[in-house]
Design a protein around this ligand. Structure first.
Ligand code: AMP
Ligand code: MG
Length: 351
């Protein structure tokens, strides 16, 4: 594939406008720019330019049938992309935009096949990030942007992760510091009745039902890598996985601590270097130097901000195996953290 000289922009207060103008001109010219949103870093290109969107798929090594989320800077901009905005979709957009909610609607023909993975629907989101919305506004384009990682790897939460994965494969990276949330948006399909949540995120089923009444949950929180029909094409691929095996241990905190202690005895015999990703409550029970904290088990927003960072941290430390303490709360954004780590894990042990 083509080798790019990847330009890195460091955003500071005094150069905000200047840098975003430069980055916007890269987008206007059909290039690829990685940028921070409030969820994770995205890899953006003009959503209506097929060859620009093709560069995203090539840079990431993303399967062609996995559609991209298209980012807009206003609700009005959606009219260019979708036939009609259904009433319930409009209610959700008014309530949760800008924010981590992606809404799927019938696309207009102007949206190319490559952007939607050949589907007749398109996924839209208005990010709650000044850098992202300014970039979209200045470019005058809707920006297709999946997470800015190599396909299958953990999503990037700092610019350094993007550099590791995509340097030499894209035109530019905007370094805007660490992201706020750390897990990707909730995805909801508004083309069915009732609408269906395809991916959990910070905006929960309860949050959504509070606005528009009952919705279905179409993501699978029990089986992973299952051999079944999935509606969100991205759900069938390996996801969020570091280079080494991840074992997730789920259950009550004290049971998880006991199980991991026993597993460490077994793995110690094989001289394996084990990385531990633990809740704050578990840390005092372990002595290994390769420990990463997810924060207190009842603060899932901390786990959200730290989980992908932790997986990448363990890869950088060249461990042979990662064990994750899954005793953190699954309430609110905890459901999304649980979903991501289950997909990243090679095996899940319930105790
Ligand atoms: P990413 O941008 O890497 O966070 O992935 C976007 C997610 O949204 C993937 O799981 C896609 O499969 C899903 N998605 C995007 N567009 C559609 C669509 N039109 N229908 C169903 N799922 C979609
Ligand atoms: Mg992704």
């Amino acid at each position: 594939m083509t080798t790019y000289k990847t330009q890195i922009f460091h955003i500071r207060k005094h150069n905000f406008e200047k840098i975003l103008k430069e980055a916007a001109s890269v987008i206007k010219n059909g290039g690829t720019v990685a940028f921070p949103t409030e969820t994770v870093y995205g890899l953006g290109a003009d959503a209506l330019n097929s060859s620009a969107v093709r560069s995203i798929f090539q840079a990431k090594g993303r399967p062609a049938d996995n559609p991209l989320i298209v980012h807009v800077f206003s609700k009005e901009q959606c009219n260019e992309l979708v036939e009609i905005i259904p009433k319930k979709a409009s209610i959700l957009m008014d309530k949760f935009w800008p924010g981590p909610l992606t809404v799927i609607m019938q696309r207009k023909e102007i949206v190319p096949d490559i952007t939607t993975g050949g589907l007749d629907t398109v996924a839209l989101r208005m990010p709650d990030s000044k850098i992202a919305t300014k970039l979209i506004e200045l470019s005058g384009k809707a920006i297709a942007a999946p997470s800015a990682n190599l396909s299958g790897k953990p999503s990037p939460t700092i610019a350094g992760h993007v550099i590791t994965d995509l340097s030499g494969r894209i035109d530019a990276i905007i370094d805007g510091g660490p992201v706020e949330l750390g897990v990707e948006s909730t995805v909801i399909d508004m083309t069915t009745e009732p609408p269906a949540i395809l991916r959990p995120g910070k905006i929960s089923q309860q949050d959504i039902e509070g606005e528009i009444g009952p919705v279905n949950v179409a993501y699978d929180d029990k089986v992973h890598h299952g051999d079944k029909i999935v509606r969100s094409p991205g759900m069938k691929y390996t996801h969020y996985s570091p280079d080494v095996n991840v074992i997730l241990v789920e259950g009550k905190n004290e049971d998880v601590i006991a199980k991991i202690s026993q597993m460490l005895l077994d793995h110690g015999k094989n001289d394996e270097k084990v990385g531990l990703i633990l809740t704050e409550e578990s840390i005092e029970f372990f002595k290994s130097s390769k420990i990463f904290s997810l924060g207190e088990k009842d603060r899932p927003e901390k786990a959200a901000a730290r989980i992908f960072f932790g997986l990448r941290h363990m890869d950088e430390n060249k461990v042979d195996l990662i064990i994750v303490d899954g005793s953190f709360s699954r309430i609110g954004v905890g459901a999304a953290v649980g979903d991501r780590i289950r997909k990243a894990a090679r095996s899940i042990i319930e105790v």
